[in-house]
Design a binder for this molecule. Structure first.
Ligand code: ADP
Ligand code: MG
Length: 642
């Protein structure tokens, strides 16, 4: 054993000694090939560089031809301003560029290219020819990168770069390439990114002689291009956002949580028109969606950030795909807040605030038609055959004079009110339902005031049915409740005001040593959440208090889930950074399960809560919580009036 080790040592040191040679400059070609290793990783990198060059040259139409996933051949033809014949040899040299001349220019670079490296790098790892013609040239000129030979050629104004046999001279590199389809996929991704940023440019892509993509210019409209590239689902389910503050502006399209994806494959960030993969921006977007989407779902979005070029460094990575912001934190919060606002506004957009004569705010469905408005006028609360007596709502939601009255057991909405036995900590205010809005008097209440309408009943223990001014409302009971509980917990945690329920008889639960350790280590966090878990023995915890809202949950299972969250996300972080994970664990343990029968009063209470809960349109997994079938929809279904 010893001798083998010793032998190995001798072998290596001999080897090292044998390569100790004199120092020499690397040949120019090898320098290029080493540099190319960073710039030309795969066919898609070539496509990216060539398309960027064409866009920098002011092209308005690009034709891209690929063969065998781009490994065999990549041709990009543009109608840009071209390269003068005498400049062609220079364009192929390393560090030769028309785009930057000085450090000052580099620091404020507005073109996609600036290093003068791409063509030289590509030419060092593949065969390359370039044909170009400027506006004032009588004909095009072609250069062969291998020989630098120039020859007159046929061609319109613009440039065609023709690359073939990628890595013909570096077989080891070729082995790292993936299948034809995969490489084609990478190429198309790159083209998509460029095309998203430039709706004013037409793109067509051929692969193995077949047209695979064609995006024409529709009035240079970004949204038309986005619909072409991200598809129908995104086109019909996104929010537009836009915000400007001094020299920083952002705009974009945020996919609704309902079209979230299982992979982060529809996330496009652009900085000054350049597609970037930037952790800061991705994180800001992720954070913006935190309340409406989490777990393993990924939002789809397109984000454009515009800021003075000198405040962002694009010269960070050879592939120019990373950037560094001078004021990263400000940009993060600007992006996050803007998108978060848009999403929160959307969540309330189906239900919009309106002030009634009595001065109290109610919410109305914003998508009403004149037909349904008329219906609304006709259908006063009192005339609804299924409507509950308004007096009941006074009891449920408290008229100002009744707000302090103890709700009767019969009308108390099981899902919102603290149990009369709720023991509140001295330093906390009762958490549970947000303070009820003063209920209007019966005379000025219309169905308009209750946009989600009044309960009709429950369907298969899963859906709730309600009638509102416009027709039928269908609610996913579990999803809606989960969202409400989530928002309530969030408010309570934010104000550190979680109401606590002491258990008359502590519930004991067997735990493993890790759980015992977490309970001990994170006692303060657990207390802040309303849990008192006291060790009874080395393997048993006693649950003495729980958050009042969760008193009906399966307590050992709940406690175990919270301990698991604390373990996974860290006790100190869970109240700040990873709050949504904890909140959804809590919400999920409380939300009404399918198959639980709800009385009409309870359903109405839930509807009222949805109307006053932010982001109530989606559960925290991004699914919709309710759906409106208007009378017009139903008429269509039954072909009435046709
Ligand atoms: P960079 O884009 O960083 O300047 P490249 O190696 O990609 O470096 O290109 C070198 C130069 O060749 C560019 O600066 C530009 O002047 C010229 N060039 C390359 N492609 C085109 C094109 N499609 N149309 C016009 N000029 C081009
Ligand atoms: Mg370039």
């Amino acid at each position: 054993m010893l001798s083998t080790k010793f032998y190995g040592y001798v072998e290596r040191s001999t080897h090292i000694a044998s390569i100790a040679r004199s120092i020499k400059l690397l040949p120019e070609l090898l320098i290029s090939q080493i540099a190319a290793g960073e710039v030309v990783e795969r066919p898609a990198s070539v496509v990216k560089e060539l398309v960027e060059n064409a866009l920098d040259a002011g092209a308005t139409a690009l034709h891209i031809t690929l063969e065998q996933g781009g490994v065999k051949r990549i041709t990009v033809t543009d109608n840009g301003y071209g390269i003068a014949a005498d400049q062609l040899p220079l364009a192929l040299k390393r560090h030769a560029t028309s785009k930057t001349r000085s450090l000052a220019e580099l620091e404020a670079v507005a073109t996609l290219g600036f290093r003068g490296e791409a063509l030289a790098s590509i030419a060092s790892v593949a065969r390359l020819c370039m044909t170009s013609r400027t506006g004032d040239a009588p004909h095009a000129t072609r250069i062969d990168a291998q020989t630098d030979a120039l020859a007159p050629a046929a061609g319109e104004i613009g440039t065609t770069v023709d690359m073939y046999e990628l890595y013909f001279n570096i077989p080891a590199r070729r082995k790292f390439l993936k299948s034809e389809q995969t490489e084609l996929g990478y190429c198309l991704n790159v083209i998509r990114c460029c095309a998203l940023a430039r709706p004013d440019v037409a793109f067509s892509v051929l692969h193995n002689g077949r047209m695979v993509e064609h995006w024409n210019v529709i009035e240079s409209s970004a949204s038309a291009r986005i619909a072409q590239i991200l598809g129908e689902a995104f086109a019909t389910a996104h929010l537009r956002f836009e915000k400007q503050a001094s020299s920083l502006s952002i705009d974009g399209y945020a996919g609704l949580p309902t079209i979230s994806r299982s992979r982060a494959d529809q996330q496009y960030c652009f900085v000054n028109g350049r597609f970037v993969r930037d952790k800061l921006l991705t994180h800001a977007m992720r954070a913006a969606y935190e309340d409406v989407l989490h777990g393993n779902r990924y939002p789809a979005y397109v984000l454009f950030v515009e800021l003075p070029p000198e405040t962002v460094d694009v010269n960070v990575h050879p592939s120019k795909i990373e950037v560094r912001f001078r004021d990263a934190r400000a940009i993060h919060s600007f992006v996050c807040n803007t998108v978060q606002d848009a999403l929160a506004r959307y969540a309330g957009s189906g239900i919009q605030l309106k002030t009634t004569e009595g001065g109290h705010t109610a919410r109305v469905i914003s998508t009403h038609t004149s037909h349904s408005l008329q219906q609304a006028r006709l259908m006063r609360q009192g005339t609804l055959p299924i409507a509950q007596q308004l007096a009941k709502y006074d009891a449920l939601f408290g008229r100002p004079d009744q707000a302090t009255a103890t709700p009767s057991a019969k009308t108390e909405p099981a899902v919102v009110s603290p149990a009369p036995s709720c023991e509140l900590r001295q330093d906390t205010v009762p958490y549970c339902a947000p303070p009820p809005a003063p209920a209007p008097t019966s005379s000025d209440v219309t169905i308009d005031d209750y946009p989600l309408g009044f309960a009709i009943g429950q369907l298969h223990g899963i859906y709730l049915l309600a009638q509102n001014a416009h027709g039928l409302i269908i609610v996913d009971m579990h999803a809606a409740h989960e969202r409400i509980v989530y928002e309530q917990f969030k408010q309570a945690l934010m104000h550190r005001a979680v109401a606590v329920q002491s258990l008359l008889l502590p519930v004991s639960m067997p735990v493993d040593p890790v759980e015992m350790g977490i309970a001990h280590e994170h006692r303060d966090t657990l207390n802040a959440l309303g849990f008192d878990l006291t060790p009874l023995s080395p393997t048993t915890l006693a649950i003495r208090t729980v958050p009042a809202l969760l008193k009906d949950a399966d307590l050992p299972t709940l406690a175990r889930a919270v301990l698991a969250d604390l373990h996974a996300y860290g006790g100190s972080r869970i109240l700040t950074e990873r709050q949504h994970e904890l909140l959804s664990t809590l919400a999920c343990h409380h939300a009404v399960r399918a198959n639980r029968g709800l009385a009409l009063d309870e359903i109405n209470a839930l509807l009222r809560q949805m109307e006053t809960t932010e982001r109530a349109n989606q559960c925290n997994h991004g699914r919709p919580t309710w759906y409106q079938l208007t009378l017009a929809d139903l008429d269509r279904l039954f072909m009435r009036g046709q």
